[in-house]
Design a protein around this ligand. Sequence first.
Ligand code: FA5
Ligand code: MG
Length: 413
Amino acid sequence: PSHTTDTRFNNYSEIELFNQKYPIDSCTNITPRITSKLNKQLHNKRGHPLFLTRQRIQNYFYNNFIKSSGNPLFAVFDNISPIVTPYQNFDSLLFPHDHPGRLATDTYYINSKHLLRSHITAHDEELIKMGFNAFLSVGDVFRRDEIDFSHYPAFHQLDGLRLFSEQELFHGIKDPTGLKLFENGNRTNDKQDKHTVDASKLVEFDLKHVLVGITQKLFGKDIKYRWVDCYFPFTHPSWELEIFYENEWMEVLGCGVLEQAIAINAGAGNKVGWAFGIGLDRLAMIQYHIPDIRLLWSEDRRFLDQFNVDNPETKIVYKPISKYMCRQTDISFWITDSFVSSDFYDLVRSVGGDNIERVALIDIYSDVKTARTSHCYTITFQHMERVISVEEVKEIHNHIALLAEQQLGVQIR
Ligand code: FA5
Ligand code: MG
């Protein structure tokens, strides 16, 4: 696939990432193109569709789960370094030694000792060890996947994990006598050997209830969804949630009952829990009707400006941006006392129509001697259906300049 043509760190003996030097060895397969994504942190970028989606999910937890102290039940981690060890990414989560996920064909290795996490679940053990019983972790993850409209080698996940003590899990039940979390039983399709059926079913019920709640918050009560049985090394039983979107079932998350060995290793063996992992990129695409995952990496203001809101619950209807080349011209003029920018914007739109993508004030200059002020605007020309020629741009630009002088009384510089 496409990444085989990436330039490697061939002529280096070490790579510096986040001010830390990593020696290159035979496992190294990360590329400059991938490391260039490390500082982007789109999930933390105000007004980005990934940030908005993450905030909506986070608010769901803030609104629905409050401790008696009044604080949110779920702690949120959004700034953990994506550089992890193979132990964190795989072993701590019970990946078998021959699991294909470990292969260098699937995972970006910095060297034999460090890699770019392939899922945010890599932090679960350390967070449980730190004593957290309920948390969300958000971050960028990296996989050597194909690139197409819904796959990209860097994407974003939001994971959640919750542990229950016996008292917490059974507390809503009228007569909890005889109910236990643990037994020495058999592993079946429905439960782990150490879990009772009651415990496993209650954890499953709570997990699915939470995830359906999020789905309905994001997509409305009428959204069609289904649970599909699946396998993860770190949960059993495990499911994927699919939602029906544009006549297709689309997988949006994986989840399950946490493997008890993980809780035990992390020092929480007296509790049972659930875990889930959501792909934020696809959720954002569905919510805002963004047709291509690559747009999420766009620095194009025409894209980003559409999501520039403070309240993540704001309804945003994404307006596709043209794939055709844009052209820009600058226009500067001395303004009059009564001049307002919005009059100029209207004039540009009425002259240029659909050929105008945007107009932006880029500079204001005051001449002290003559006591005059000048504005400079950049006009971006672009059409949704075709390329605009240089001649057309010139013609429209000149027409705008002429009418601005005649109608707004400005003086072109
Ligand atoms: C996982 O990564 C598990 N860690 C999720 C999990 C956590 C399961 C906790 C159980 C408990 P998976 O590989 O299926 O699972 O990825 C999770 C989600 O990430 C997918 O549902 C999908 O929405 C998204 N995803 C996966 N690969 C890509 C990709 N290349 N580009 C964009 N999104 C992707
Ligand atoms: Mg999957």
